[in-house]
Design a protein around this ligand. Sequence first.
Ligand SMILES: Nc1nc2c(c(=O)[nH]1)N[C@H]1C(S)=C(S)[C@@H](COP(=O)(O)O)O[C@H]1N2
Ligand SMILES: [Mo]
Length: 301
Amino acid sequence: MANRWKNTLTDRDVTDESAYLNRRQILAGTAAGLGLAGIAATQAHAEDLEATAWEDITSYCNYYEFGTRKDDPSKYAHMLTTKPWTVKIDGLVDNSGDYAFDDIMAKMTVEERIYRFRCVEAWSMVVPWNGFELADLLDLAGVQSEAKYVAFETAYRPDEMPGVRYPVIDWPYVEGLRMDEAMHPLTIMATGIYGKDIPNQNGAPLRLVVPWKYGFKSIKSVVRITLTDKEPPTAWNKANAREYGFYSNVNPTVDHPRWSQASERVLGTGLFARRQDTLMFNGYADEVASLYDGMDLTKFY
Ligand SMILES: Nc1nc2c(c(=O)[nH]1)N[C@H]1C(S)=C(S)[C@@H](COP(=O)(O)O)O[C@H]1N2
Ligand SMILES: [Mo]
């Protein structure tokens, strides 16, 4: 999957927010100049998106392993040891085993993706992620043809995670994607924000980002990726199957049982926060709607 259309950068290329802003201008030029369709168009369009401030992205978080208040993760996630870090890749792959984070990074091409992010709780932000395509990591592992789903698991460390004392979730936090969703070029493993290493509260050292799905699909601090032929269990579906499905694609026409999903509060827009209409597939319908041809999207998936 490498080098089809990538605007490559490493964490070293972008060290602060001013460099990031310069890069954005470059990106806006090259994406159009290279005439790359699809994601490049998405990213050119992303230039119109106003990125949420670093302070807001990193202080208003959901990471229940560190507590359920929005500011708990920024207070306590520093307790998580992220170096060294290993990701076990197993199941229906040719090269199963423990992959050291540094070895993964040496092989992956890190690039910038400016994505909308929509939590099921009806708040949203725009995040300039740095990361690599999940497809590239799965290619490295060698996915076997019988694999139909990808299961993900977050670290479970009672000594470092004060929130896991409370049975809000059946720990460890787990998530899953269908194979075509996992291989989609919009699906990334994020390792940075604004060109800096991703902060612990946002899922260091690597977390999934699936921009057309509600935020809870984007599982943090991944320690295990398992290729399987069965739909894997997911943390929020296990906690409340009536409210949270496996697919959980952003859909403004299907309300949550307890609130409307038609609009969203935009993070970082102050006390009288701006609201905006929620977009089908969170604005990525052109890229992903075809994955769900034949599925009844008015049903709660
Ligand atoms: N392991 C784990 N991953 C998680 C969560 C969590 O509690 N634990 N919360 C999810 C939810 S509900 C959202 S909205 C996003 C929030 O990501 P952010 O805090 O980086 O904005 O992370 C998702 N990934
Ligand atoms: Mo969420």
